[in-house]
Write a protein that binds this ligand. Structure first.
Ligand SMILES: [Zn+2]
Ligand SMILES: [Zn+2]
Length: 166
């Protein structure tokens, strides 16, 4: 996913890339193709890149253990400067200083990292996932069960024990 900034005239241009997720170096949770739409604005001082990523991943819910396909969309911005002195006004994490002999920007590494970061540490199939019954293991998103025991958070159980002791 390369943008030839050397030959790029000043002004706004759009680039689009479609590549296999494996080619970009994404892990095997991701499948099919990743699409990137990049809007690139070149001035005498910088190249401003706004990218929108679109990919799909096979994930497993951490609460109900159900497999599902996640439709991933992510936007990010990077500002490539030709000189370090010109970088005022942009957040540090968005700034890249280009070497003076640079003519091509390769966005593959950024695309891979931003895509991977969209997957949270705790994966949920839906924000309100009901999870599994603690007694019989029924997936409570799909079925109800006849278990009478209500689930007690282990932390509360500890507290209840303490209260009974006193
Ligand atoms: Zn779930
Ligand atoms: Zn149950």
């Amino acid at each position: 996913m390369k943008i030839n900034t050397g030959s790029l005239p000043t002004g706004v241009r759009e680039f689009s890339f479609v590549e296999d997720t494996g080619t970009v170096g994404l892990d095997d949770r991701f499948f099919g193709e990743i699409a990137v739409l990049a809007q690139v604005e070149k001035t005498s001082k910088m190249v401003l890149l706004k990218a929108i990523l679109h990919a799909k991943a096979n994930l497993t819910c951490d609460r109900c253990a159900e497999a599902f396909v996640s439709d991933i969309k992510k936007e990010y911005r990077t500002v490539y400067f030709f000189n370090e002195e010109d970088t005022g006004g942009y957040p540090k994490e968005e700034i890249v200083i280009l070497p003076s002999d640079n003519t091509v920007i390769d966005i593959t590494d950024d695309v891979r990292q931003f895509t991977q970061l969209t997957i949270p540490l705790k994966v949920l199939c839906q924000p309100e996932c009901k999870g599994l019954c603690q007694e019989c293991g029924t997936n409570l998103n799909k079925n109800t069960c006849s278990c009478t025991a209500t689930y007690v958070d282990p932390r509360w159980e500890q507290l209840n024990k303490l209260l009974k002791q006193n």
